[in-house]
Write a protein of this length. Structure first.
Length: 169
């Protein structure tokens, strides 16, 4: 299996917010945005692994700006780290100003996907080598996030969470 870069998994989905996708305040439903992010993350994970992928968890979602009806919304997803069979996908959501065309970050999220075979059993995925400073930052943070998740789920003892200990020592 060859080592891949985050850029090789980069997925960009751009769409328009329609009235049927909005709440009474005429902003995009959060669930609609979550679905768009899940699709983009799924494509990024599949591009990295070249396997069937399933959503394992939505680790973090930050809604910082509402997305008004008529907005152009762009969801950008990249694999931020690959583990044995799982991949962390980092997503950035941008809205484009109707008049100026300027893009503003509206949201970010972190999803985890697992690559599986045709029977649903996890399979190994290629390693990932980050290239840019942002990719390296997200890559390094992914191990801390994974260890924290395992500790909270009772699947790892806190004393074994080496990355978390390094934050406090």
């Amino acid at each position: 299996m060859s080592i891949k870069t985050p850029e090789q998994s980069r997925t960009i989905m751009t769409d328009l917010v329609l009235p049927s996708e909005t709440n009474p305040l005429n902003n995009l439903f959060g669930g609609e945005l979550l679905a768009r992010m899940d699709r983009a993350a799924s494509i990024a994970a599949r591009r990295h692994s070249r396997r069937i992928v399933v959503t394992a968890s939505v680790n973090h979602v930050e809604f910082t700006r509402s997305v008004p009806v008529g907005s152009v919304v762009t969801v950008e997803a990249k694999v931020s780290r690959a583990f044995r069979s799982s991949m962390e996908i980092y997503l950035d959501v941008w809205i484009e100003d109707r008049e100026s065309g300027l893009k503003t970050k509206a949201n970010e999220a972190i999803y985890t996907f697992v690559a599986v075979d045709e029977t649903g059993r996890p399979v190994e995925v290629p390693e990932l080598t980050p290239e840019t400073d942002l990719e390296k930052e997200r890559y390094n943070g992914a191990l801390r996030r994974k260890q924290l998740s395992l500790v909270l789920a009772g699947k790892m003892k806190p004393k074994d969470a080496t990355e978390l200990k390094a934050l406090f020592v």
